[in-house]
Design a protein around this ligand. Structure first.
Ligand SMILES: [Zn+2]
Length: 335
């Protein structure tokens, strides 16, 4: 009897460990309304470094928390490889000004890195207002944001108790930067200095970057497009990995519509630049994600139960990405 229960416990532990492994690397959910998966440090770190970085041009910078890569002309990816979100922010430079698309977790000194990379005036815009993309906003004085209630609310930051897991041992592959700890890390408040909307164009000097509003993952999710260079920054809407779509603010119907909206740009783009995991992804990932998501919504995808009432949906032949949804996605579509 004892043997049976021990085996049973071991089996349950194995299932939980597998579930955590499968969903790691995705969207943060550590606020009060967003439970955090219980990752295992050893397992997370074993996946690194990702092979996709081997052939990228590394840019020297003394900061050891971030890694900087030159990923396109005038575009640098600022990657946080030692924390489980593997967030990627992008510095996009024109002849006269620069745009910073996301500011990471707020754990390392992103502002310091950016100042070393460019002398040009920097404007921040976030792919969306989840805390692993706005963490460094506090250090910048020009922050553009969408005019949504979600954007406004997230300016106030996040308390330590709701974000401490992001700097716990389980979330890290190396020691934290000096001064940051599990007891003092917070999502610092910041101020949006200008509101923008769909179609807004950043004129950076010989380079135009347009904002495309793609609500779904969050109400304020945006993509950026550089049609001249064929680049599309997709934020958390499309990336290689399990795409997390189960937060309370996620709207699946809107997400599907936003994928369709991005598909209209497919003839104009060669490369996707996502906000997690890997910075350069072939544009063909976009139609594959859109098609797979349609299968999810029509009940044609495979289901695998995951942590805390979530389910991983995947389609045959696609190992690059999956979708992590609430158990019954059809119960939280737009009313
Ligand atoms: Zn997100």
């Amino acid at each position: 009897m004892k043997f049976v229960s021990t085996t049973l416990v071991a089996l349950i532990c194995l299932i939980i460990a597998y579930a955590c492994l499968t969903v790691a690397h995705a969207e943060p959910l550590a606020t009060a309304e967003e439970p955090s998966p219980n990752h295992s440090m050893g397992e997370f770190c074993k996946r690194l470094p990702r092979s996709a970085y081997q052939n990228l041009e590394r840019v020297d910078d003394p900061d050891s928390w971030f890694q900087v890569y030159q990923v396109a002309a005038g575009v640098k990816a600022i990657y946080e490889p030692h924390q489980w979100q593997e967030t990627i922010s992008y510095l996009i430079e024109g002849d006269s000004t620069a745009l910073l698309f996301d500011t990471g977790n707020g754990i390392g000194d992103l502002h310091g890195v950016v100042k070393r990379l460019t002398d040009k005036p920097v404007t921040v815009i976030n792919s969306h207002s989840h805390y692993d993309h706005v963490g460094g906003n506090y250090a910048f004085d020009r922050i553009y944001g969408m005019d949504t209630e979600f954007t406004t609310k997230r300016q106030r930051g996040i308390k330590n108790k709701d974000i401490a897991a992001e700097v716990s041992a389980d979330a890290l592959c190396r020691p934290l930067p000096k001064g940051v700890s599990e007891t003092n890390h917070i999502g610092r408040p910041y101020t949006i200095t200008k509101r923008v909307d769909d179609g807004y164009v950043f004129e950076l000097g010989n380079r135009a970057i347009e904002v495309i509003h793609i609500p779904g993952h969050t109400p304020d999710a945006v993509a950026l497009i550089d049609r001249n260079q064929g680049l599309l920054w997709t934020g958390d809407t499309v990336y290689a990995g399990p795409i997390w779509l189960y937060a309370p603010e996620t709207d699946l119907a809107a997400y599907g519509e936003s994928l369709d909206r991005l598909l209209l740009e497919l003839p104009n783009i060669k490369t996707l630049l996502p906000a997690h995991n890997t910075p350069l992804v072939d544009a063909q990932l976009l139609p594959r994600v859109a098609q797979a998501f349609r299968m999810v919504m029509s009940g044609g995808a495979k289901r695998q139960e995951s942590f805390e009432g979530t389910v991983i949906y995947s389609v045959d032949g696609e190992s690059t990405f999956s979708f992590l949804l609430r158990d019954n996605p059809f119960s939280y579509q737009r009313d």
